[in-house]
Design a protein around this ligand. Structure first.
Ligand code: ADQ
Length: 489
């Protein structure tokens, strides 16, 4: 009848990640302040309106009491978030230990932390048990909220056991797992004492996704060499079951950046920065202060460039914005000291009474200031030693429509696969090569700059985060041929 209207059924999507997109700060026995944390994954999924999304994850806070847990659960429900409560011991063993001390460095080819590798090996078993236990706790919360037909999307190296836990309880659940870091060569993965268990647990998913084809290939080789499973063009075969394995390169919500550049407050920042750095070319680095980002290597290359090119010394400035992470970990403290020392040395050597070649900040910038910096930059310098993708390179390109600056990008970032044709690719370990790329970038003729920029701009604005999320979820659904519709009166 005319009063009836068919509305397409909105697919429910449960997104499970170690951290929720909000951080909770306790303000009283039963009151909470919720701060939205706009990481790559959050902004990727915010733009996706095709699904009815719920988030499941840890709120980054220890809540031992019942009143606290109940009130936080209620506050988070308004943001479509469901908390998983992990106690301090578990966080220490699972998150600080197994995830960040073992999986993170290993997946980025860094080996075990130098400082305490003996202790790390000794506590391996207990950390691995805690990892499995934490994954089971995430699974329990998913099971409580799961409705038949939901798609469950598990994220990252923190939750490699989650697909297995979920399928054990509910074999029909549609489960996808996506890794945001690189998956290393099978020769690296082979060194893990838990190498087989990790692979088997991930293979319980229906779809396994990576940023690049190379990571997917490494994963399939590991499955073949370690588990003896057969690889096919679609994925891995295990006793007649096909687990699809593929590359789904993430993108950014590029409209958010192109729109921001037009805002009056961003234009004000742009003007302010342009005046501040008038007469000098601006080079920019924006990174979390992590070993994988290659910040000391970048500084050494910049130092070499200044040494080799005296004529540029008072005509260029490097702005390095480094957000501190994991500040309680000795390795990270050491990295911070090392970076400060190199910056001090270079500024001492090449600075004048009125200017210094490097402005280094140990903090994050708000979104508008960040966009303005991206927009006024002449050369972005991204020298990750390994990086799953690297979204900073995408954000820079999105903000460069008028300037058309140069992107110098590590060949070890996943983004090298997508932006490689427009960027100057470098090996961050080769300080001489990076230094001469800086020189090449600063002297690049405008028609070459424009050609390179246009190539990357086209990619960044067409391969968006929304498209990434929708494609991945569609692939999880692939076996569903029935199009469902809901009758609404
Ligand atoms: P990250 O290692 O965090 O992400 P990246 O992809 O560059 O690296 O994303 C960082 C985000 O934080 C960007 O949106 C950036 O704007 C923001 N950010 C970084 N430094 C900042 C600063 N100083 N001030 C303000 N904002 C800052 C992980 C993987 C990556 C992968 C993403 C997404 O390590 O390889 O690309 O997940 O899958």
């Amino acid at each position: 009848s005319s009063e009836c209207e068919y509305r397409p059924f909105k697919q429910r999507l449960l997104v499970v990640a170690n951290r929720l997109p909000v951080s909770a700060v306790r303000k009283g026995e039963a009151s909470w302040q919720l701060d939205v944390s706009a990481g790559g994954l959050v902004s990727a999924l915010l733009g996706v309106t095709e699904f009815e999304t719920r988030w499941i994850g840890w709120a980054g806070v220890n809540v031992p009491d019942e009143i606290g847990q109940k009130s936080l659960t209620e506050s988070l429900a308004e943001k479509r978030c469901v908390p998983v409560f992990l106690d301090e011991d578990l966080v220490n063993l699972y998150y600080n230990g197994y995830c960040n001390n073992i999986l993170w460095p290993l997946f980025h080819y860094l080996g075990l932390p130098q400082e305490d590798w003996l202790a790390t090996i000794c506590s391996f078993e207990s950390q691995f048990e805690a990892y499995k236990k934490a994954n089971q706790m995430f699974a329990d919360v998913v099971n409580e909220h799961y409705q038949e037909g939901d798609i469950v999307w598990c994220h990252d190296y923190h939750l490699m056991f989650l697909p297995k836990c979920l399928k054990e309880a509910n074999p029909n659940m549609k489960v996808g797992w996506f890794l945001h870091t690189p998956f290393p060569s099978s020769e690296i993965h082979r060194t893990m004492p838990s190498r087989s268990e990790l692979l088997t647990a991930v293979l319980a998913a229906d779809l396994v996704g990576f940023h690049t084809y190379d990571y997917a290939r490494h994963f399939m080789s590991a499955c073949t060499r370690i588990l003896g499973l057969e690889g096919t063009p679609e994925g891995v075969e295990d006793q007649g079951r096909l687990i699809r394995v593929a590359a789904f390169p993430i993108g950014i919500d590029s409209d958010r950046f192109t729109r921001a550049i037009q805002l009056p407050q961003v234009k004000n920042h742009i003007k302010e920065f342009q005046e501040r750095f008038a007469g000098r070319k601006v080079m920019l680095g924006v990174d979390r202060l992590d070993m994988i980002k290659g910040i000391p290597q970048k500084l050494l290359a910049f130092e070499k460039f200044l040494e080799d090119n005296p004529n540029w010394r008072d005509k260029v400035v490097l702005l390095q914005i480094a957000v501190p992470t994991r500040t309680d970990v000795p390795e990270y403290q050491k990295l911070t000291c090392q970076v400060h020392e190199i910056v001090g040395r270079i500024n001492g050597k090449f600075g004048t009474l009125t200017t210094v070649p490097i402005h280094h900040l140990d903090r994050s910038l708000d979104f508008h200031a960040l966009c303005a910096l991206y927009a006024i930059t002449d050369v972005a310098l991204i020298t990750s030693l390994r990086d799953g993708m690297n979204l900073v390179s995408y954000e820079f390109v999105a903000c460069q429509a008028s300037k058309k600056g140069v992107l110098i990008l590590s060949e070890f970032a996943g983004a090298a696969q997508s932006l490689g044709a427009g960027a100057l690719l470098v090996n961050p370990w080769n300080v001489t090569e990076v230094a001469s790329s800086i020189s090449y970038a600063l002297n690049m003729p405008s028609d070459e700059r424009e050609k390179r920029h246009n190539h990357n701009y086209m990619h960044v604005t067409t391969h968006t985060s929304q498209e990434w999320a929708e494609t991945f979820v569609r692939f999880v659904e692939l076996n569903d041929t029935v199009v469902e519709a809901e009758l609404r009166t």
